[in-house]
Ligand binder design. Structure first.
Ligand SMILES: Nc1nc2c(c(=O)[nH]1)N[C@H]1C(S)=C(S)[C@@H](COP(=O)(O)O)O[C@H]1N2
Ligand SMILES: [Mo]
Length: 259
């Protein structure tokens, strides 16, 4: 078991209630229910699954103790942790969903003229593909610079589904059955919001939310819902998982929308 899971990310204090972990791995401190469940999940995954990303190789070779120092002594929301440029793998459930690429389906429904179901093959062959390079910033402070992403713009999918009059927002659902996220329609239509099936030069791994996750470049990592399997178009913003613990619904990195 890794230090990462045992210690977890500290709460961002002022923003979340003391008992709620920040949008990172549940803390497990004080034996919280969520923490214990996550612990079991990570136990099945093993250390190899916990540190994946820009610095994976070195992280896999050595002990994971550097995670502790990276996460120690955080300041407020979005405080930067220098030298912490590798991904942590987060989940709020007891296990990481294992979704076979051939069985993957993305449902688009709710207030749309044309509800649809998109397979992974569709996403790769029938939709305009977009690549972008952008930093990934978790609200707890760690960031990974220059992450390569590839997929289909969420705006393209929305244009095809045709939101009906009265539609103002999206509810996004994860194949883990628990995690949700929200975006207003204007946010969802930003050009750097991707339904991503590739990241860091490879197919999105199961640990990173594959086969398909969302990537919301201008916002904190908690908006980038993993194992994305449903987009519901709705008439009002319904706060997502972490937003229910007090984190901002409009999660612009640094608090302001980039222009
Ligand atoms: N389904 C799901 N999506 C999720 C999360 C999660 O726990 N479950 N954590 C979020 C947070 S807080 C961050 S920072 C990123 C982390 O992505 P990674 O696990 O690929 O590093 O995923 C986001 N999407
Ligand atoms: Mo996060």
């Amino acid at each position: 078991m890794s230090e990462e899971t045992r210690q977890g990310a500290p709460s961002t204090g002022a923003v979340g209630p003391a008992t709620a972990p920040g949008p990172g791995p549940p803390t497990g401190l004080g034996g919280s229910h969520v923490g214990r469940r996550a612990l079991l999940g990570f136990a099945g995954l093993g250390v190899a699954g916990i540190l994946v990303g820009a610095k994976v190789q070195s992280a896999l070779d050595g002990p994971v103790s550097k995670v502790d120092s990276a996460l120690g002594g955080l300041g407020g929301i979005g405080a930067l942790v220098p030298g912490s440029d590798y991904f942590r793998i987060y989940t709020v459930t007891a296990s990481l969903p294992a979704i076979a690429p051939s069985r993957y389906r993305l449902r688009v429904d709710g207030l749309v003229e044309r509800p649809m179901t998109i397979t992974l093959d569709d996403l790769r062959a029938r939709w305009p593909r977009t690549k972008l390079v952008h930093l990934f910033q978790c609200v707890t402070g760690w960031q990974v610079p220059d992450v390569h992403w590839e997929g289909v713009r969420l705006s393209a999918i929305l244009d095809a589904a045709r939101p009906r009059p009265g539609a103002t927002a999206l509810r996004l659902y994860s194949g883990d059955g628990v995690y949700t996220e929200s975006l207003s329609l204007p946010q969802a239509r930003l050009p750097d919001v991707l339904v991503a099936d590739r990241m860091i030069g490879d197919d999105v791994s199961a640990a990173h939310g594959g086969p398909v996750r969302l990537y919301v470049a201008p916002m904190y990592g908690y908006k980038s819902i993993k194992w994305l399997d449903r987009i519901e178009v709705v008439d009002r913003v319904v706060p997502g998982y972490w937003e229910g613990f007090g984190y901002p619904v409009n999660a612009w990195i640094g608090g302001v929308q980039p222009t």
